[in-house]
Design a binder for this molecule. Structure first.
Ligand SMILES: [Zn+2]
Length: 425
């Protein structure tokens, strides 16, 4: 499997016979069918890929020789000889991931199906710059590397999520507004030199969209909008089964759509951005004003007790029935709903997933977003639209980063959307 370390996992074990693109494509399709689509028998694989039985058999033999697929015994018989069951060997290798937030580092070691084997989370300041932050990531990687359970294969790849735009092909952040010192930093080169494996970097919202799509509530949907409402606001877009990164990695930067043309200056330098009015930072700021001006006794008490107000304070106040907190949350949700209505009209997703810290603010927040989107979008675009909270919870970032690595490494890519998935989406 040394080939895998160089990024061609599924290349043939035969040495000097030139591979045709169609051989490689067929192997990718067969692996994708078992790994992602859940094909469990040769018939399933043939149905999912459209390949003939002989071709499927040959590719399975190759993938099994590469240690990626194994025979998991007999399946239930449907009359006649019971079919052999196929299984993707998620333990063939392992992946190290780090999800860098504005104020946190999450690192994990995962198997090739994005199953988390060990996880650490701690506070950190992204503004401390790449050298200090990545040094900490490295020592956490060293710790986690020692916790890979027996029976797992070697390190195959590394995935990093960052809270800003990324040039995905180069593996570098591009002009990230809240990451001073990181612009153009060669994250990929730095980590791949030390570990000798391929490294992928993407923004934190894109990886969450990917993770939700492979392992969360977005499974089977081909058109998904994953919106993160935390301190900032951003969206990951899956369109016709492809993660849409845009020409420069800035797609989905919906936190900076203009909502009003006066008032608050956003951290991007513009005035009246959605994020500056509706994000977690905006909720904290408005709560602080309401506490100090005497408009909300509940918030004034919370400020005195906790020393600082956050979006969580507002959510807690709303759950206790404080009118100002309810109003702040509803205003934030309405502004986000208006933006989402535009996105829904533009992309016609079948699912909108809401994640990030503020998404836990309670039913009122989700209900107000839903009500606004359904009221403001075109009826055709909302006929089958679902709007749900993320199902991945605290692990969303590390699961997403592992998913990015597995998808890139195992070659299926996102351009391969078989008919069975397209139909479900
Ligand atoms: Zn802005």
């Amino acid at each position: 499997l040394s080939e895998a370390r160089e990024g061609h996992v599924i290349s043939s074990s035969g040495a000097d016979v030139a591979e045709t693109p169609s051989d490689l494509d067929a192997r990718k399709q067969v692996l994708h069918a078992v790994r992602v689509l859940g094909a469990r028998s040769r018939n399933d694989v043939a149905t999912a890929t459209g390949l003939g039985r002989a071709a499927v058999g040959q590719r399975l033999t190759e993938l099994s020789a590469a240690g990626l697929i194994e025979d998991a015994g007999s399946g239930p018989s449907t009359g006649g000889r019971p079919p052999r069951r196929l299984r993707f060997r998620a333990e063939a290798g392992h992946i190290l991931v780090a999800d860098l937030g504005a104020t946190s580092i999450d690192v994990a070691v995962a198997d090739l199906s994005s199953g988390i084997l060990a996880h650490r989370a701690e506070e950190a300041d992204i503004a401390a710059g790449p050298h200090r932050v990545l040094e900490r990531v490295e020592s956490l990687f060293d710790e986690l590397g020692r916790e890979v359970p027996a029976g797992y294969g070697p390190l195959w790849g590394i995935g990093i999520g960052v809270p800003g735009p990324v040039d995905f092909n180069a593996g570098r952040p591009v002009s990230p507004p809240i990451m001073p010192g990181w612009d153009g930093h060669p994250i990929r080169e730095q980590l791949s030199q030390r570990h000798g494996v391929p490294v992928w970097v993407d923004n934190d919202v894109n990886i969450r969209a990917l993770g939700e799509w492979r392992r969360g509530i977005a499974m089977g949907h081909g058109n998904v909008v994953w919106i993160k409402v935390g301190t900032g606001i951003g969206a990951g877009l899956i369109s016709n089964g492809v993660l849409h990164r845009g020409a420069d990695g800035a797609a989905g930067d919906v936190g900076h759509v203009p909502v009003v043309d006066e008032g608050v200056v956003c951290r991007c330098g513009n005035i009246g951005c959605l994020e500056a009015l509706a994000g977690g930072g905006a909720l904290a700021r408005d709560a602080d004003m309401a506490a100090r001006s005497g408009r909300s006794q509940w918030l004034a008490d919370a400020l005195e007790r906790d020393g600082v107000l956050t979006a969580k304070s507002v959510a807690l106040g709303a759950s206790h029935g404080d009118a100002v907190c309810v109003e702040l949350l509803q205003r934030s949700a309405r502004l986000i709903g208006h933006m989402l209505a535009t996105v829904v009209n533009l992309l016609n997703p079948s699912l909108v997933v809401i994640g990030g810290g503020v998404s836990h603010a309670g039913n009122l927040f989700l209900a107000t977003i839903r009500e606004t989107v359904y009221r403001r979008s075109l009826p055709l675009a909302t006929r089958a639209l679902q709007i749900e909270l993320s199902g991945l919870g605290e692990d969303a970032g590390v699961i997403g980063a592992a998913t990015m690595v597995a998808d890139e490494l195992l070659g299926a890519g996102l351009d391969l959307l078989p008919a069975s998935v397209a139909a479900a989406g």
